[in-house]
Design a protein around this ligand. Sequence first.
Ligand code: AHR
Length: 662
Amino acid sequence: MKELVNTRFIYTTHVISKALIGLTLFCFILNPVHAQNKYRNAKKISPDLFGLFFEDINYAADGGLYAEFIQNRSFEYNPTERKEWHPLYNWDYFTTGYSYGNVNIETSQPVHPNNPHYIILEAEHIYQQDGSVGIKNQGFDGIVVKAGNLYQFSVFAKQLSIEPVTLKISLQNRKGEVLAEQNLTVSSIQWGKQTAVLQPSADYDTASLVIALVSKGKIALDVVSLFPEETFKKRPNGMRADLAQLLADMKPAFIRFPGGCLVHGDGLGNMYRWKNTIGPIEQRVEQRNIWGYHQTGGLGYYEYFQFCEDIGAKPLPVLPAAVSCQNSGGTWRIGGTGQRALPLEDMQDYIQEVLDLIEWANGPVNSTWGSKRAAAGHPASFNLQYIGIGNEEKITPEFEQRFKLVHDAVKGRYPEITVIGTSGPFHSGEDFEKGWAFAKNQQVKVVDEHYYVQPEWFISNQYRYDNYPRSSGNVYLGEYASWGNQLKNALAEAAFMTGLERNGDVVQLASYAPLFAKKNNTQWKTDMIFFDNTRYYLTPNYHVQKLFSVNKGDRYLNNIIQKEDRDTSIAASATGDSRTGDIILKLVNTGKDKKTIATDLTGYKFSSDGVKILLSGTADQQNSFSDPDAVKPDQGPIAIKKKMNIELPPLSLMVIRIKTLK
Ligand code: AHR
């Protein structure tokens, strides 16, 4: 009897479960499942695919993103940077009335040994009531102030005369009229930081900062600084808010910093050493920038990491591989023979320097380096996950030996950190081949590729990664751009980027380069954002990068784009965002004729109200200071159907967002 009951029970359960399976299958056939379920089986796209590359090239940092107004604030400019530069460069000494005095450069008792030069300003005689002796700085081609805003002035000073010294600090216009003024009295014979807040009475774009002695006296001065209070997120020692916001708007997954060639430097002494760029600004080591100007290190590792956190991007620092740039000393003209390698006996210290960075970024507050991060104001970990070793190096035995030492030490101590290797400066050729072979051999997880090429190359190479091996290292496309900032360049990059999405399982990270260029201070012609002291304009390339970054998906949806032939003048991708359930189409027409791309949403349940963003124009159209919006995306509605033949205007990128339904 018991057996019969059991058999019946089993039979009934069997029937019910069969019915349930049948019902599920029935629903599956008749009712498209919600997109999120479908995404589960689709190919994953790296969550870190689209990020930013930041390098202090084209005055991107000092005089650019770094909000410091004072140029040569620490009197460290020197003729090895530019022949005409010296410690008083960009400072004018002046006297008014029949006052007289002098200014001298000193190095005997600096604020800090890392910052050796300072000045001594002396007023021997002050003429009548309004006489003065002083110095004046015009910033980076003028200091931009707004009426009513607050500006933080600071200076290191010590009294050298018997009596305390009063300084008049002012912002002045070109006629010498005062826009804001404060007095500071220096009464210590030890170096100390003095501060004042200036509030201008009028807007002015080319103001000067004036420091004047208005009574007889002698004083030592160094690290003269002026910041707007309104930096990005009001961070002290912070960033120019408008420029930083442009980067935040892109929602980058990561930011690579501080370069570029800046990393490996022009000779070993010029390598970028991260420890030189943390701590109080008066203790940072300033140096010649490989791009031919001065680097204060004021925008240093702490500021980079903090900025990444502020905008939700992962930090991706790149450190030298203990070799200098192969073009050091301008040797690119003779085949890049300038690479120099750190002596092997110095490698242990160098490896420790790299390991210390990871401890500084992630270590507990009671660790040696973690405590320095905490002391700077950030006790929590910065969650460093990636670290690049080397920048587009020439793959020599010297490089290989040093890279391996650093790589193995990092992997041994911090296996959770992804170390990124390098494959030379081109998309193919000797260093590229050798770099990848070496990286595979060493089981390097991600390899950095760089290429700057004509737009046609990007169009015809949009399938480059389709056949990349999936079994060895992933790709970090760390620097790429087509030569130009016209619409045709941006669209060639867009076509290529659909290929990055399609191969987002093997291409883990990608960043366009370079990012910023300051008017009249540009070393690299093709850049993403152009700016001067008050304005900026976005290139079509910026718009493309942003459209991909803010419309990224995390799954590649294979069957939606119905494009069988390899007509390279059109390119397309279909991705899914499993968080929102949205389907995102990116359709590119790089040709001069309109084209049609067919799509098929069979199997998806979707809303018919879609959003279409279109970037289009003529091939050579570009933006400029006088016409910043000549090329810009337009957004509007689009009716979504199961099967569509989407017409693409000539020279266009169309992004379509489709809401899926449950
Ligand atoms: O992005 C400009 C320069 O191009 C980078 O510094 C260097 O890595 C590359 O050659």
